[in-house]
Design a protein. Sequence first.
Length: 366
Amino acid sequence: MSLNHSLLRSSPLLILLLLSACSQHSARPDPEEILMLQNAMKHLSSEYSNPRLVTGELIVRIKDISLLSGEALNASNQEQGLAADQSPALHIWSSDIRDYPSQKVLPGSSIQPQPTDISNEPEYGNQILYWNQSQSPNESFIIIRKFRYITFDYKPDVDRDIEYFNWNQIPPEIIQKYTRAERFLEQDDALIDTVFLLLENVADPVSQAEAIYNWVQSNMTYVYPPEARGVRNAAETLAGDCGQYSALFMTMCRIAGIPARQQSGFNFVPENTGAHVWSEIYLPVKGWVPVDPTRKNGFLFLDNKRLITSIGLNIPLKHSPAWATFENSEVENGTTDFMQMYTLVSSGIKATYSSKRKVIRSVELP
């Protein structure tokens, strides 16, 4: 008998404590929660199933903050490629948690401390929270976001013939924005040739997107971390993490004329709160629908284990300092690549940074 088995047999109290600790995460729903989950399904179509009620926290900790001065400041600025007299700066952004087709945020969310500014960025409609701690006299700065939401398995019911028949009705601005090449989603000749060869005998756009999804699934190997970010590395190595799978899928869809964009967030269940990104494609009748190129069942399906935090790549940020580049920060030309937990720009400051995602409670219908 193992030591662990002996310990558990001799310690009934320990078993009760372990069960109690687990129950706060995956407990059976109480009557009020059952009613909330049932009500959430009342006016939804059969595309939605398995509602899950989640209470969670996102925490960002910046500790041991020290504003540099004198020669130490000059040396730090020089190392970052900044002017010697650049004042210390600490800027933090995060995307607010909001409603999506498969995610409904409930009242009672809280953010502490309150952001310096809240704005809706114009490119993708993300609501951006911003904190400016450039002159903070405090030795630590902690952001705590508490929230409650209901999420669903979402499998859109798509009629391929109807979508094909209405394809010319996609708004021109959607076509223009989401089929173009951009940073991380460059369209080179070799990849264009691959797409045209793959789709040569595939007629309707939904089947084309599915063929691209199947090709990515068959040809990519999951590797974390990837050698570099973006479709160029993904297409060259056919290896990478969820971001690379998504970049390759989106770029191939865009080459085919299928609008595609990124959605970012987390797996958000007690056993897994890891960061994750996936894709969406735009259909003229259904609008934006999910595709997760990393998952085996990910075509036109999103499970109820997600927390969605933002949409898009190259997200514009207000209040971004002109000197910020990807060489010295997570921002360049006023944009960040994508947003999950937080985005940071700092100079002339020493500090320790950490973040934590926590599922406080997660319940489903029995």
